[in-house]
Ligand binder design. Structure first.
Ligand SMILES: Cc1cc2nc3c(=O)[nH]c(=O)nc-3n(C[C@H](O)[C@H](O)[C@H](O)COP(=O)(O)O)c2cc1C
Length: 165
């Protein structure tokens, strides 16, 4: 089955570290994402510190899964690029690549929405010192899944498709 169909959000994790080579594979896939004008407008914080993960788990209701994750990856937008209006799309592509690579590595992961929610951005700024040229895009909780979740049923719906010939 393709990685796209296997991937699902995983929100519960084993108390087990993720190997360095797997973290590097996640970041390698992230940076292989397409981007407008190949501008690659991203940086990535890899957060392993449990106290910081616990704090970040309070930035929104949906962020609580960071508490218990082996690590969090925070992709950040770099604004000083040729097509800044395309940054959210570029960062989304990089984030999805991380989720797919996590599936490929036998890891679980969930995308936690941040940008453009002002309250979440302010909450992050109260926890981490973020340079002004960067804006957090999202958080991804990552670890070995603690439950054996099977892939989700297919959401394919042909009524959502119009073929223009
Ligand atoms: C932009 C975005 C923001 C999301 N934010 C959260 C979140 O804050 N917390 C969470 O648990 N899941 C979050 N998700 C995951 C979705 O809830 C999940 O992808 C959706 O329910 C479909 O389930 P699946 O990923 O298992 O297919 C987010 C997904 C996206 C794309």
């Amino acid at each position: 089955m393709s990685l796209c169909l296997q991937r699902r959000s995983v929100r519960n994790f084993q108390d087990k570290a993720v190997e360095e080579e797997k973290i590097e594979a996640l970041l390698t896939s992230a940076m292989q994402a397409p981007s407008a004008r190949n501008q690659q407008p991203w940086e990535f914080y890899v957060i392993k510190n449990k106290k910081i993960l616990e704090k970040l788990s309070t930035i929104s209701g949906g962020a609580r899964h960071l508490n218990g994750a082996a690590l969090g990856i925070m992709p950040l937008i770099k604004h000083d690029v040729p097509a800044p209006d395309m940054c959210p799309q570029d960062l989304s592509a990089a984030t999805q690549n991380i989720l797919l690579e996590a599936t490929n590595q036998g890891l679980g992961a969930v995308w936690i929405g941040v940008y453009p929610k002002e309250d979440r951005l302010a909450n992050i700024a109260s926890i981490l010192d973020i340079p002004k040229e960067l804006t957090p895009f999202c958080l991804i909780a990552i670890g070995y899944p603690s439950t054996d979740d099977s892939p989700k049923p297919l959401r394919y719906d042909p009524s959502r498709v119009q073929v223009i010939e």
